[in-house]
Design a protein around this ligand. Structure first.
Ligand code: FES
Length: 216
């Protein structure tokens, strides 16, 4: 004779009990989903690169630097500033940098610099910037040959690169050595009485100007 053994697990319960269990299961899933979403949004957000890292930022010059720039007609002045940059996942960084500044005549400068577009502008992320602004030109200190830093020589009245001997005149025109182009002019603007410059890093070793970054 066979006999069936009943247990509590075989009993599905009354319709009320079944409905209560379904409600509790759905409610648990819903609460879990909300908590999961709350955790996922900041995590995913932290993984998305921030756009500010790819764009240039304006760096102000001090009043003293601007005064020295106004007098830089026969030799360049070295302008130091803090270059702020932001990598995608890191806090904002501040790096000490410098550029060369000269005061010149726009017509003379543009006729001297045959390697620059006749428009007198260069493209960048915000459109195009003017190479000569208010008769000032800011030159990148990076040699267009392979990235060393030319030094201004007062007696030779030239920038001279210590690495492979490239030379540039006061306007940054290439006059000797293996550099494929003249020194690179950078953006400059005056805003509410303060002079500002923007750092751009151009590719080395090529005749055309190709922007590779807005950080040093
Ligand atoms: S890096 Fe300047 S001449 Fe080579």
């Amino acid at each position: 004779m066979s006999s069936k053994i009943y247990s509590a697990y075989d009993d599905p319960g009354t319709p009320d009990e079944i409905s209560r269990r379904s409600f509790m299961a759905n409610a648990t899933l819903a609460v879990g989903g909300i908590i999961g979403l709350g955790l996922a949004i900041p995590i995913v957000g932290s993984l998305i690169p921030q756009d500010s890292g790819s764009k240039g930022t304006w760096a102000p010059l001090t009043a003293d630097e601007f005064t020295s720039l106004q007098a830089a007609t026969s030799k360049p002045v070295k302008l130091e500033f803090q270059l702020k940059s932001k990598d995608s996942y890191l806090p904002e960084q501040s790096t000490g940098e410098y550029v060369w500044g000269i005061k010149t005549d726009k017509q003379k400068f543009m006729s001297d610099r045959a390697d620059l577009p006749k428009s007198g502008t260069l493209p960048y992320f915000a459109g195009a910037y003017t190479v000569v602004t208010m008769n000032f030109v800011i030159l990148s200190p990076i040699c267009p040959h392979l990235g060393c830093r030319p030094i201004w020589n007062d007696s030779a009245t030239r920038f001279q690169c210590p690495c492979h001997g490239s030379q540039f005149d006061l306007d940054g025109e290439h006059v000797a050595g293996p550099a494929p182009r003249g020194m690179d002019p950078l953006p400059f603007k005056e805003q509410t009485g303060v002079a500002n410059i923007m750092w751009i890093r151009y590719e080395s070793g090529v005749p055309n100007r190709v922007i590779i970054s807005y950080t040093s």
